[in-house]
Design a protein around this ligand. Structure first.
Ligand code: G3I
Length: 342
C-alpha cells in the first residue's frame, strides 16, 4: 500500500486533460510547476477507455502519465465504476445479461495496465443518493442489476486486480448545512461502516468538496465531526475535486475572487485540521477550461455577463494568472510542493 503522508507533507493536485495540456504550453507549464499530482479528468473513465466495445483507447491516459512522470508527479486513478461514465453499450449488456464478468474485465484491464504507476483508485464514484436512492444508495444500473453490494464486489474485484493499491469511494455533497447534505453525511458514514464491518478492502475516501457560494455558511463543527468519524474508522481522506461554484456574478471580478478564495480558506481551515486529510486536488486549473458554468437561477448582470462569465472557482484565471484562490491554496498547503515530488 502507498505510504501514508504526514500532514505537513500534504500534496496539492489538480485534474487535467492531456489534450488540453498538449495544445496549450501555458497550461502545461502551470500544471507541471504548481501541482504534485494529477487526476485524469476524463481519460480513465470507462466511456473513454472503451467507448466502443472491444476498442481500447489508452493513448490519452498513457500520455498524461508520461507528462506526470516527466514532472515527478503522482497520478490519481479516477474512476472505475460510475454510471455516468459507463458507455451505453456496457449499461445495455449489464441490464441484459447481469454478468459481473463484464465489470470484472473492465476493472482488471484498467487497473492491471496502470498497477505500477497509479497507487490510489476511485473504485466507486458517487454511490450516495438520499433523495431518490434506496437506503441512501444511488439507484443506478449497477445497483439495480447486482443489488447494493455491487460496491463490495467492485472493491473486492479491484483488490484482486491490484493488491497493492489503495481503494477509495469518491463522493460529493458533504459541506453544507441543509437537510440533504446532513442526510448524505450520515448515509456515507453508514456505508463506510457497513463495508469495514464486512472486511471489504477499502482504504481511503475521496471527498470531492465542490464548494458552492449559494449554500450558506459551512458548518464547521459538522464538517469536522464528519471527517473525524471517517478518520476514526482508520480511513485516509483525500480532498479530490475542490472548486467553487459562484451564484452571484454581479459583483466586480475582485470581489468575486475574494468570495471564492474566502470559501476555500474557510473549508480548508476546517478540513486540514484533520490529520487524516492527506491531499487537496482542485477540479481543474484555470477558468479557461472549467466544468463550472453559469446556471439557471444564478444572479447575472446582463450588461456585465460577457466579461464576467465564466465561473471563477478555480485557482488560475482564463489568462493563467493566479487568483486569490491560488494564494489560499498556497497558504493552506502549497509550500514545499517541489520537495514532495518523487
Ligand atoms: O469528448 C467528447 C466530444 O467528442 C463530444 O463531441 C462531446 C459532446 O458532448 O462530448 C465530449 O465528451 C465530454 C467530455 O467531458 C469531454 O469534454 C462529455 O460529453 C462530458 O460528459 C464530459 O464531462 C466530464 C464529466 O465528468 C463526465 O465524465 C467533465 O469534463 C468532468 O469535469 C466531470 O468530472 C466529474 C467527476 O468525474 C466526478 N465528480 C463530478 C465532476 C464534475 O461533473
Amino acid at each position: 500500500m502507498a505510504e501514508t503522508l504526514r500532514p505537513e507533507r500534504r500534496l496539492l493536485g489538480a485534474c487535467a486533460r492531456i489534450d488540453q495540456i498538449e495544445q496549450d504550453a501555458e497550461l502545461a507549464a502551470c500544471v507541471a510547476s504548481q501541482f504534485s499530482s494529477v487526476t485524469p479528468e476524463i481519460h480513465l473513465k470507462w466511456n473513454s477507455v472503451e467507448n466502443k466495445e472491444g476498442q481500447f483507447w489508452f493513448g490519452p491516459v498513457d500520455r498524461l502519465i508520461a507528462f506526470a512522470q516527466r514532472n515527478g508527479q503522482r497520478v490519481h486513478g479516477h474512476a472505475l465504476i460510475w454510471e455516468q461514465s459507463t458507455p451505453d453499450w456496457a449499461l445495455h449488456q449489464l441490464r441484459r445479461d447481469g454478468d459481473w464478468g463484464l465489470v470484472e474485465r473492465h476493472i482488471h484491464r484498467v487497473m492491471g495496465r496502470y498497477r505500477d504507476v497509479i497507487g490510489d483508485w476511485d473504485v466507486v464514484n458517487e454511490p450516495i443518493d438520499t433523495q431518490n436512492g434506496r437506503n441512501g444508495l444511488r439507484r443506478n444500473t449497477f445497483q439495480q442489476v447486482f443489488g447494493s453490494n455491487y460496491i463490495e464486489r467492485a472493491l473486492e474485484t479491484a483488490h484482486e486486480a491490484a493488491p497493492q493499491a489503495r481503494l477509495l469511494l469518491n463522493e460529493y455533497g458533504f459541506e453544507y448545512d441543509n437537510y440533504v447534505e446532513v442526510e448524505r453525511r450520515a448515509a456515507f458514514l453508514s456505508l463506510l461502516q457497513r463495508l469495514l464491518d464486512q472486511g471489504v478492502p477499502l482504504h481511503a475516501v475521496g471527498i470531492q468538496a465542490h464548494l458552492d457560494l449559494g449554500k450558506g455558511p459551512i458548518p464547521a463543527r459538522d464538517v469536522a465531526d464528519f471527517l473525524q468519524a471517517i478518520a476514526d474508522m482508520g480511513l485516509a481522506i483525500l480532498i479530490t475535486e475542490l472548486d467553487v461554484k459562484e451564484r452571484d456574478y454581479r459583483a466586480t471580478i475582485a470581489e468575486r475572487d475574494m468570495r471564492v478564495s474566502d470559501e476555500v480558506r474557510r473549508y480548508l481551515d476546517i478540513a486540514l485540521t484533520q490529520p487524516a486529510v492527506e491531499s487537496v486536488t482542485t477540479w481543474g486549473v484555470t477558468d479557461r477550461h472549467s466544468w463550472l458554468q453559469v446556471e439557471r437561477g444564478d444572479q447575472v448582470d446582463p450588461e456585465r455577463f460577457g466579461s464576467a462569465a465564466p465561473n471563477r472557482g478555480l485557482p488560475f484565471d482564463s489568462d493563467l494568472r493566479p487568483k486569490p484562490m491560488h494564494v489560499a491554496l498556497q497558504d493552506a498547503i502549497g509550500q514545499n510542493q517541489q520537495a514532495l515530488r518523487r
